[in-house]
Design a protein. Sequence first.
Length: 323
Amino acid sequence: MSDLSSRRRLLRGAVAATAASALPRFSFAQGSGQVLRLGYIGPGKKPAAATGWALRQGHLLRKLAPLGFKEVTTRNFPNGPDLNEAFLSGALDVGIYGDTPAVVARSRGLEGQLIGFDAVGMNVWLLTPRDGVRSVKALEGQSIGVARGSYMHRYVLGLLKENGLQKSVKVIHMFPRDGEAALDQGSIAAFAAQVDVGPLLASRGYPVIDEAEKHPTLRGTSVIVASSKLLAAAPGLPAAWTRARRAALQEIRRNSADYYAFHSEVSGFPLEIVKISHPLSHFPEAAYPPEGLALLDEVKKFLLAENLVSRDFALAQWRAQED
């Protein structure tokens, strides 16, 4: 099997269970005062960004209470494909995760709806061992580690294509927690790290040879997706979620120090690393900011062009309508 076929198999594996799984089971209508089950990506104890602060400060539950919700429970996942599987099994009502696994899942038939963005323009850091290569071109014949099915994975595939390296560089599935050890041992030539992890590794002396910020269409977004059955029972949820995020953003911008302290606490990353990774400009107030939609469209076009998904869909039909 060629390296290109291997890379495609990795990304397709992100939602391989979709074709064989049943649609999510839905339990909202089993009485009043329901619990909303929220999934998110990362090692943090709680979600961060504007939704995390809205949850912490009580804005989210106050906005959702009139719709019949009494509690929001959270569950973290190591990557987007795992979150997709939880969606498919009916274990989640809302998920916050990277654009690439969300678009792949939608293309493969996941019956969820986009209700907003939690972050737009997320960076990726491409790091090498301390004595490793010093340019992207020098990766020819080498291997790159990246979490499969993630927004970082799309960045890697796009970067390799830009440099004509898609057939000569091996892409290896690797969780973020394993990246530093692999770099330290020299078992990979580069590692594509997401927000928080990237600048942390850079602060420890691992050279950065490229970033998604240098390739605007390869930056990532964090999307908010809700079960279609949930939205059918609670059509006011998208608007309520947006109001909660806006209330949180107003507080965040008035007192960013408190917010960043919270983000550092729940994520476990040093304060300065969090500030580098999450500039407030990445947190949109609008439910569907034009920049976020444009980046989603780039994700979709890329995945279709690379035959990583086979079914196109209209972003306008994916978006939930706000009341």
